[in-house]
Design a protein around this ligand. Structure first.
Ligand SMILES: Cc1cc2nc3c(=O)[nH]c(=O)nc-3n(C[C@H](O)[C@H](O)[C@H](O)COP(=O)(O)OP(=O)(O)OC[C@H]3O[C@@H](n4cnc5c(N)ncnc54)[C@H](O)[C@@H]3O)c2cc1C
Length: 415
């Protein structure tokens, strides 16, 4: 095995939504980037596939929306929940001040390939698949790059800035010794698919009953189903057997799926997501910045993880592009990224934890009494208030806008 060394302006570890969007925006602004992705491709099932109106609006600002919407996707324009005997609608997107008043459900690999294809049109975009960041290189108390494992051998990358976008099990944040606060998550999720048939309806549907919860996302020809369970109980669910699992799904689905349950052929068709909600106290140190799940793992509630990761990337590009170009990047610049993004992250996690602890957690305990929709959720059904949750869900707490230059177009993107 050989060892090679290269130099770049910004090295990004992790080709998920945060890393690919940051890499694309920086190279579009004329800054050389190397993006490392440990897998050979972006094809992974049951990752977040929700592209919210805030992200679609950024695609518009980039002049890419029409092309992006040519990719296969389904549209969600509201979300319904059956909570015990109460039926509630959580999101109304029809009055949002954006071009797309819907959530696009799109395979995450299509989204990432789209960003990669556009990044490759700019000189200076160096995307390296099958390249896994393994350690940081530190000199005089400053991160000056990283080490990576490739099929050809060890790679050393020296960079003015290293960005950890390597997800919620981030290797780089561990190596940097940054402190993570675990905010707790009482749930895990078992994901599986069921075929979709005409007449099923086209909404996102959720159903909470004593002791169980099922969410179904319309993916055109199939339903992406999330069976929510108390944390750590996957083995107990499996011990009851696949037939019991199938029967429970059949009881929980809002329409008749009994003829399709055979599609869950074995436990291999059911993927476990161990839910974590955590946040770094400090997202940076000299020469290193963490964004996306590497800075804050999100609960799947609201499906906002991708969009927060994308908004982090946009904010980071807006703040970092000029200092990177001029070579004036300082720790204060990195702190400015955390200062910008920490508040929306905290508020979003707080709301997720409130829902976990006050609605989903107690309902999963299965006390025997049917759960009811909390008063706040019932109040949010009132015509004057009902657009508030949709707006927060769709746009986030602090929507970001593209402020970086497009060197190819020689103009700033229109905010
Ligand atoms: C099963 C599941 C379902 C989810 N559903 C939703 C949803 O519906 N909607 C939603 O918005 N969010 C959802 N999420 C969360 C969402 O996927 C994440 O919040 C979002 O992808 C975070 O983006 P990221 O770029 O920060 O990290 P990730 O998407 O985790 O990307 C990190 C990337 O880095 C790569 N990587 C990791 N370590 C290294 C390394 N050492 N070197 C190089 N590369 C590395 C990984 O392969 C990965 O491609 C879900 C998550 C899971 C696991």
């Amino acid at each position: 095995m050989s060892s090679t060394s290269i130099k770049t302006t910004c090295c990004i570890a992790g080709g998920g939504p945060a890393g690919m969007m940051l890499g694309f925006l920086l190279v579009r602004a004329g800054i050389a980037v190397t993006v490392l992705e440990k897998h050979a491709d972006f094809l992974r099932d049951f990752r977040g596939d929700t592209v919210h109106p805030s992200t679609l609006e950024m695609m518009h600002e980039l002049g890419l929306l029409d092309e992006f919407l040519k990719l296969p996707h389904s549209k969600v324009d509201h979300v319904s929940m059956q909570i015990g005997a109460d039926h509630v609608t959580i999101g109304y997107f029809d009055t949002l001040p954006v071009h797309c008043k819907f959530i696009a459900l799109m395979p995450q690999w299509d989204f990432l390939n789209f960003l990669a294809d556009h990044g490759k049109r700019y000189p200076g975009f160096d995307l390296r698949m099958q390249t896994e960041a393994t350690d940081l290189i530190e000199e005089d108390g400053r991160v000056v790059g990283l080490r990576a494992r490739t099929p050809q051998g060890e790679l050393e990358i020296r960079a003015g800035l290293t960005v950890a976008c390597d997800g919620r099990h981030s290797t780089l944040r561990k190596r940097a010794g940054l402190t993570v606060d675990d905010l707790g998550a009482p749930i895990d999720v078992m994901w599986f698919r069921l075929p979709r048939k005409a007449g099923d309806g086209d909404e996102v549907v959720g159903h909470i009953e004593s002791g169980r919860m099922l969410v179904m996302l319309n993916r055109d020809d199939y339903w992406q189903c999330a069976f929510v369970i108390p944390k750590g109980s996957a083995d107990a669910v499996k011990a009851k057997g696949l037939d019991t699992f199938r029967a429970t799904v059949g009881e929980m689905a809002p329409f008749d799926v009994r003829g399709r349950l055979g599609e869950i052929g074995s436990w291999d068709d059911v993927k476990l997501l161990t839910v974590a909600v955590d946040r770094l106290r400090r997202w940076y140190k000299a020469g290193l910045l963490c964004i996306g799940d590497a800075a804050h793992a999100m609960s799947p509630i609201g499906g906002v993880g991708i969009n927060l990761a994308v908004q982090d990337a946009v904010a980071a590009a807006n703040i970092l592009a000029e200092p990177l170009r001029r070579g004036t990047l300082s720790v204060e610049t990195l702190k400015a990224v955390q200062d910008r993004r920490e508040f929306p992250t905290r508020v979003t996690q707080r709301v997720q934890i409130l829902m976990q602890n006050n609605l989903i957690g107690p309902a999963l305990e299965g006390s025997g009494t049917r759960p009811r929709a909390p008063l706040l959720i019932k109040m949010l059904q009132w015509p004057l208030l009902r657009r508030i949750p949709g707006r927060v869900l769709a746009l986030g707490i602090r929507p970001e806008h593209i402020r970086t230059l497009d060197v190819m177009a020689g103009r700033d993107a229109q905010p």
